[in-house]
Design a binder for this molecule. Structure first.
Ligand SMILES: [Zn+2]
Length: 134
């Protein structure tokens, strides 16, 4: 499976994932929260950023079912989704824990880390009863 390739801006994100925490960038000036990590706020351009942990709960904003295998480490079919976190930021991930046919726009999902080599990959599964984590 292809692994992440952290750089100076994204290394803290992957280190947090390694500790099973999902973090987003938060602006100290306007409060905007966003992903992926960057050098400045995507709303006000402030360079004063700090990571904040988020709940890992969100909804499927959009998705596609991949029915062709492009890498032997990721056999088709699988779902690539844009997940909108409850806290606002969106990230591209995979929906796991259900058949591709079970994925729908607006579906509540929750974070599920999956190990890949030395990385914890943030993926999402259908939210449990009540939409909360155990
Ligand atoms: Zn800002």
């Amino acid at each position: 499976m292809p692994h992440p390739q952290p750089d100076a801006l994204t290394a803290p994100f992957w280190e947090a994932c390694g500790q099973e925490r999902l973090e987003v960038s938060a602006c100290a000036d306007c409060g905007h929260r966003f992903l992926p990590p960057g050098p400045c706020c995507t709303r006000c351009w402030s360079p004063r950023l700090a990571p904040v942990e988020v709940s890992g709960r969100g909804r499927v904003f959009s998705f596609a079912v991949y029915r062709r295998t492009y890498h032997p480490g990721m056999p088709a079919p699988y779902v690539v989704a844009l997940v909108e976190l409850d806290e606002g930021p969106r990230l591209i991930s995979n929906i796991v824990g259900c058949a591709p046919e079970g994925v729908a726009i607006g579906m509540p999902v929750e974070l599920r880390f999956e190990r890949a080599g030395e990385f914890n990959l943030p993926r999402f599964a259908p939210a449990g009863e009540g939409g909360g984590r155990p």
